[in-house]
Design a protein around this ligand. Structure first.
Ligand SMILES: Cc1cc2nc3c(=O)[nH]c(=O)nc-3n(C[C@H](O)[C@H](O)[C@H](O)COP(=O)(O)OP(=O)(O)OC[C@H]3O[C@@H](n4cnc5c(N)ncnc54)[C@H](O)[C@@H]3O)c2cc1C
Length: 399
């Protein structure tokens, strides 16, 4: 669905602008224009306009012919300081699997600054073509400039499918790209397949995880989806020898409304909980700083990392980048230690593929025990210090 002002009919009366609850309409030179990033398609402007100068229309009819022009499966190769996010290789592996069905090529899209040869050579293994925009202006991530350049690349090379990690960045700028291209975007997919008509079947949890929705984007292109890290495995057997194609981007796209004053790497850039075999997670049951300090001690002793449920992150005890669940990370550690976590479906969906789950909870009926391999009914404030002491003793005894 899209919305537009029919210029011939618009008299610039400004009624639509005054009525718009999103402040998405401005009038200049006696013509209204709609900011598509602000518009939520409430259609109030359509019913308000006395001149029938605003219309909502479907891309369906307009894009049917153009669909066949789109070919290839593209992956946004997210990077920080020249290093690629691990989800990129998972998505490229999936893209290669999908490409076997469609007979298309796999493309990686790289935006940033200062890539070293070694990193790009790793990408070459997984993609037939690497579209590279290496420019100092892209050193720091900015939504507006990244989405404008990404949209330009997708309009130019017309891939049929575009995948991105459901990272903070992917969640932030891929919706803007989808709006720019007037196509759909399915967030947080857990399965991607090509159906008999050659369309991408994008499956994701819906209604709080109670059911799985399979979503198609049949009438517009590209078909866009984001996927969290850890959902698809990396296929080490892929051994392409992709070519790097430097993309010439129009200079007017290198402009941003944001000015980066300083950059401070945060916890999320240093610790990726999906990389750890042992994850020790805490929930609301840990109550305070003291509880999370115990959790950190345990994680250090086990050689793991600390993660949390959404209330633990919202409470500021754990960074949001270490949140597990439907709106956080999906992980598959060898050991998941859940302390003071009730086990809501939205949490469990991020960790149900852990090899071993140990849960500590005072409530014997806590749902987390339904998926736990070991259920410890105990008060965390008694159990954790005792366990920490035991592990310390054992480690000491071994030396
Ligand atoms: C659309 C949507 C998306 C969501 N996404 C996520 C998500 O990604 N991740 C997520 O985690 N949640 C998510 N949630 C929230 C989710 O529904 C739960 O509210 C949340 O997971 C509960 O967190 P919790 O287990 O820490 O807290 P609670 O449910 O409050 O559980 C605390 C547990 O601690 C136990 N406890 C209390 N004291 C102690 C003690 N001293 N020792 C041991 N145990 C104790 C209690 O018995 C209880 O079981 C989402 C919700 C919605 C609606």
């Amino acid at each position: 669905m899209s919305i537009r002002v029919i210029e011939e009919k618009c008299v610039g009366c400004g009624l639509c602008s005054r009525e718009c609850p999103q402040s998405a309409i401005t009038v200049s030179n006696k013509k209204a224009s709609i900011d598509k990033y602000k518009c939520v398609f409430c259609k109030l402007c359509v019913s308000t306009c006395r001149f029938n100068a605003i219309e909502v229309f479907s891309q369906r009819q307009e894009n049917t012919e153009a669909i066949s022009e789109h070919k290839g499966i593209a992956v946004y190769a997210e990077s920080l300081s020249g290093k690629f996010n691990p989800v990129v290789f998972e998505l490229l592996s999936k893209a290669n699997e999908l490409a076997k069905t469609t007979g298309e090529k796999v493309k990686a899209i790289v935006l940033g600054s200062g890539f070293d040869e070694k990193d790009l050579s790793l990408l070459k293994k997984y993609a037939d073509t690497i579209y590279l925009v290496d420019n100092p202006f892209l050193k720091y991530y900015r939504d507006d400039v990244y989405s404008a350049i990404m949209a330009y690349i997708l309009k130019t090379y017309k891939p049929s499918v575009v995948l991105s990690g459901s990272t903070i960045r992917g969640r932030s700028f891929m919706p803007r790209v989808a709006i720019e291209l007037e196509t759909g975007l399915t967030a947080d997919c857990i399965s991607l397949e090509i159906n008999e008509k050659g369309n991408l079947v994008q499956t994701r949890p819906a209604f709080g995880g109670d059911l799985m929705a399979s979503i198609l984007c049949e009438h517009t292109r590209p078909q866009m989806a984001t996927v969290r890290q850890g959902v698809f495995p990396v296929d080490d057997s892929i051994n392409k020898n992709g070519v790097i194609e430097k993309v010439d981007v129009p200079s007017e796209l290198f402009k941003s409304e944001m000015e980066v004053l300083e950059f401070h790497p945060c916890f999320c850039s240093d610790v990726n909980i999906a990389d750890y075999d042992i994850v020790v997670a805490g929930g609301r049951g840990l109550k305070n700083e003291k509880g999370f300090a115990l959790l950190k001690q345990l994680a250090e002793l086990l050689g793991g990392c600390v993660a949390g449920s959404r209330p633990a992150c919202d409470g500021g005890f754990i960074p949001h980048s270490a949140q597990i669940g439907q709106t956080g990370m999906t992980i598959k550690p060898k050991l998941y230690f859940a302390v003071g976590i009730s086990g809501a479906v939205q949490h469990i969906s991020g960790v149900e593929e852990a090899e071993l789950i140990i849960a500590v909870n005072t409530d014997p009926n806590a749902p987390i025990f339904d998926i736990a391999d070991y259920a410890i009914i105990a008060d965390a404030f008694e159990f954790l210090p005792a366990l920490i002491e035991k592990i310390k003793d054992k480690k000491f005894a071994k030396k």
